[in-house]
Design a protein around this ligand. Structure first.
Ligand code: NAD
Length: 315
């Protein structure tokens, strides 16, 4: 039975991951942590502690006292916010990661942290981007993610630490709003479609990016962490994706349900530049072959589920 410590547990991924892990491994076996406390299932339905990931000593102590055998490190500054505060992003993203890796090495914990399609850059092949390819990102977030992938591989090679990761695309969910990424529009659009019947996109028409629905992302984390180590040729980090679309395609999908929905554009140059530097679509073959990755939701099935769930929540 796993005993897992999760950092950044109140974020878009962490808030749903903790519930999934509690349902899978038992509430008492999952310690959720975050720099802040909020009134939510994560903090009230099971073990929760305040933890700033730049405090390595406290991280080590909490993991040790809990008897954790697994670390899932989610705390980070995302792409758009990191571009506004690059030095802060470096210190949080790299400082938090090295603390999490060190605690994992000292306590011999299995380790997971997500990388991102942001780990690719303008010189990366844009279509069907391979697992192993050129990674020269031009954003601080991308620099952090490539450095992080290398660091996680280093800890595996040097210390034998069982590090694993995925390169997540934009994640679409309905529990916690996204925290300052470039793909956030693809979440926003569903909320605005229901509330106002229209949406103004900060990403330009024709800009393709990979995306995935949160239930598939959470299952991918569990499946990768459960995979037989000897089957893993790659580790940090696997390309995973479910779909690739541009704003006009998600709008068309919404129009199938809300026929009066309209989309217009007011492009944000900062987030558009980040999007332009990322792949149009990535190839997830290595994840499929090495640990059986499979996404269930495509664009239309995700749209139906998003709109139904948000409606149920009174949006
Ligand atoms: P988020 O911004 O929604 O949440 C981050 C959480 O970290 C927040 O709850 C915040 O309070 C917490 N945090 C911030 N500073 C902290 C600190 N010093 N110590 C402890 N906690 C701190 O992020 P997310 O979307 O849940 O992303 C989690 C991970 O997944 C990140 O590494 C991110 O880069 C990666 N990722 C996310 C997406 C996506 O679409 N959401 C896509 C690709 C990769």
């Amino acid at each position: 039975m796993k005993k897992i410590i999760v950092t950044g547990a109140l974020g878009q991924i962490g808030s749903e991951l903790v519930t999934k892990l509690r349902n899978t491994y038992g509430t008492e076996n999952i310690l959720a942590t975050d720099i802040r406390k909020a009134s939510a299932d994560v903090t009230e339905a099971g073990p929760f502690e305040i933890l700033d990931v730049t405090d390595g000593e406290k991280m080590h102590q909490l993991a040790k006292d809990f008897g954790a055998d697994t670390m899932m490190h989610m705390a980070a500054l995302l792409s758009a916010t990191a571009e506004e505060k690059p030095l802060f992003a470096w210190n949080l993203n790299m400082g938090g990661l090295i603390n999490a890796l060190e605690a994992s090495r000292e306590l011999n914990m299995q380790f997971f942290t997500p990388s991102s399609i942001g780990a690719f850059g303008p010189s990366t092949p844009k279509m069907n981007t391979p697992q192993d390819t050129l990674q020269r990102p031009t954003t601080m977030y991308g620099v952090n993610k490539v450095s992080g992938e290398l660091l996680c591989d280093y800890y595996f090679q040097k210390f034998g630490l069982d590090t694993r990761g995925v390169r997540f695309p934009g994640l679409i969910s309905n529990e916690t709003l996204p925290g300052g990424g470039t793909t956030d529009y693809a979440v926003d659009i569903y909320y605005k479609a229901l509330a106002e019947g229209k949406y103004t996109s900060y990403i330009a028409e024709g800009t393709y990016m990979d995306m995935m629905y949160m239930p598939d992302a959470l299952q991918a984390i569990v499946d990768l962490m459960e995979a037989d180590s000897s089957q893993l040729i790659h580790r940090n980090a696997f390309n995973v994706t479910a779909m690739s679309f541009a704003p006009e395609q998600i709008a068309a999908s919404i129009k199938k349900v809300i026929s009066t929905f309209t989309l217009d554009y007011d492009v944000d140059p900062v987030r558009q530049a980040i999007a332009n530097s990322w792949p149009d679509s990535i190839d997830a073959t290595a994840a499929k072959e090495e640990w059986g990755f499979q996404a269930k939701y495509d664009l239309d099935s995700m749209t139906i589920d998003m709109l139904e769930t948000l409606k149920r929540k009174g949006i």
